[in-house]
Design a protein around this ligand. Structure first.
Ligand SMILES: [Zn+2]
Ligand SMILES: [Zn+2]
Length: 145
């Protein structure tokens, strides 16, 4: 499953004429296997053992390229710790208010909101974003004493 996804992603890279460096391959593979929506820093830390000469800037650069090709989505939260998601299907996110964990939430896309918003505002709506907040399973188990 992961191998299939990786294979397809690599084909997409090749078709876009992007050179597949070992680091780029590793960043992509990490994103496809990790469902945790990591930050660039987390990706860097996870891969620095394998690539001691790689810098955070290299990770950012690779993420930017992957985003431009449409293999990765960047989730911004108004600070500088963007998170990266390799799940390009439409989905929503549930975010833990305590530990910041983000999990995918599959729910039919709320298209009717977009058409209603277009009607009432005259905007041409391009997309929408919805996040649900709460406490994850691990965090709600921790009892405050
Ligand atoms: Zn949590
Ligand atoms: Zn996601």
């Amino acid at each position: 499953m992961i191998d299939d996804k990786l294979q397809i992603a690599i084909e997409t890279l090749k078709k876009s004429g992007v050179r597949i460096t070992p680091q780029r391959h590793a960043v992509l593979e990490y994103l496809l296997t990790s469902m945790s929506h990591p930050t660039a820093d987390e990706i860097y830390k996870a891969l620095e053992g394998k690539f001691p000469n790689m810098s955070v800037a290299t990770v950012y650069n690779n993420l930017r390229i992957l985003r431009e090709i449409g293999l990765v989505r960047e989730l911004t939260y108004g600070d500088d710790s963007s998170r990266f998601d390799s799940n390009m299907n439409d989905h929503y996110h549930i975010i833990c208010e305590d530990c910041g964990k983000i999990v995918d939430f599959h729910y039919p896309t709320l298209d009717e909101i977009e058409s209603l918003a277009e009607k009432v505002s005259g905007f041409e709506i391009s997309h929408h974003r919805m996040e649900l907040y709460g406490k994850c399973h691990e965090c709600s188990k921790v009892k405050v004493q």
